[in-house]
Design a protein around this ligand. Structure first.
Ligand SMILES: C[S@@+](CC[C@H](N)C(=O)[O-])C[C@H]1O[C@@H](n2cnc3c(N)ncnc32)[C@H](O)[C@@H]1O
Length: 308
């Protein structure tokens, strides 16, 4: 707890005190949260990882031909680097930079990747994408490929997504590109099941946030008093995840605290679902006017290669 920076504590406490209360999804990812997310990606109900992998495999030749070899590959939110490994094998970058907020997990993932891909210069950068993406100073600016798979962009509302994509554009010269995975609008039952899996892994992932917040801020959330809730908000075109108080409860942290009444929610995540044309338009506004799009047969997920 003592290692947590003051801005982090303030950000979390501010979120807890606002109406309605919210905690940023970036705090899902302590070591346990990262491991739970890895389990989520293997669930039958969680289609995004599986379908994105299928799209990448089906269109591997076209993607490789468009990207070329020898680039500097950068993945913000690299997680277990599993997808980066497949892409590295496909496009043979000169260098790969994995960026993630979950520091311990990142270093372990990068260690394993270095063993698997000994000819590639692989770097780990611990950092928060919401603040600044501080890349190594000696990294070449030419021929950069940003890789942002898994529809992580869906965690940002459209205005924040535009800001993040614009910041990404700022990391590239005109010869750079962004390869991005985008989850698409689809049947509501499919969406609901993906965030309410039968084994309860998504629930455990959501609830683990409270443990992480306890560790970061010194708060005393009793996880047993909270329940997982996920549903599709069709007005906003997003899955929402919340934690719901099962009883009236008081939560304290150093210097403060607040009470929650039974049924009160803490908003923990949004996952926006796009139409292809809307996301292409967003990319264009962010400075990527040229986009190639690959989707699966059912149009559930899209992989887009966007260029300045
Ligand atoms: C949904 S996972 C995706 C992992 C991997 N890219 C994939 O597609 O399977 C999101 C990843 O982004 C990281 N992350 C979330 N918020 C972040 C932030 N604000 N800054 C940096 N990394 C973040 C998490 O630690 C996690 O590894």
């Amino acid at each position: 707890m003592s290692k947590t920076s003051l801005p982090t504590k303030l950000e979390i406490v501010e979120g807890l005190m606002q109406t309605p209360p919210a905690i940023s999804p970036k705090y899902f990812y302590d070591a346990r949260g990262s491991a739970l997310f890895e389990q989520i990606t293997r669930l039958t109900e969680y289609y995004p990882t599986r379908i994105e992998r299928e799209i990448m495999a089906t269109h591997a030749a076209a993607i490789a031909a468009n990207v070329g070899t020898g680039c500097t590959l950068i993945e913000p939110g690299a997680g277990n680097c599993e997808k980066a490994k497949i892409l590295c094998e496909l496009i043979a970058p000169a260098c790969f930079v994995a960026v993630d907020i979950s520091e311990e997990f990142l270093h372990q993932s990068v260690k394993e990747l270095r063993l698997a891909l000994p000819t590639i210069d692989i770097r780990a950068v611990a950092g928060d994408l919401n603040r600044e993406i501080a890349l190594p100073a000696d990294l070449p600016r030419q021929q950069r490929l940003l890789y942002y798979p898994g529809s992580s962009i869906g965690n940002f509302d459209p205005a924040q997504a535009l800001a993040l994509l614009s910041r990404m554009r700022g990391l590239l010269d005109d010869d750079g590109a962004l390869l991005i995975g985008v989850d698409l609008l689809k049947d509501l039952a499919v969406l609901d099941a993906a965030y309410n899996d039968a084994a309860g892994v998504t629930a455990a992932f959501n609830l683990n946030l409270l443990q992480h917040v306890n560790q970061l801020t010194g708060s005393d959330f009793d996880v047993a008093q909270w329940r997982h809730l996920a549903f599709f908000n069709s007005t906003e075109s997003r899955i929402e995840m919340h934690l719901v108080a099962a009883t009236d409860t008081l939560v304290r942290w150093p210097g403060g605290g607040r009470s929650f009444v039974r049924g009160e929610r803490i908003h923990t995540e949004n996952s926006y679902k796009y139409r292809v044309e809307d996301f292409v338009a967003l990319l264009s506004r962010a400075g990527f006017p040229r986009t190639q799009v690959w989707t699966d047969e059912r149009g559930w997920f899209a992989v887009m290669l966007a260029r300045p």
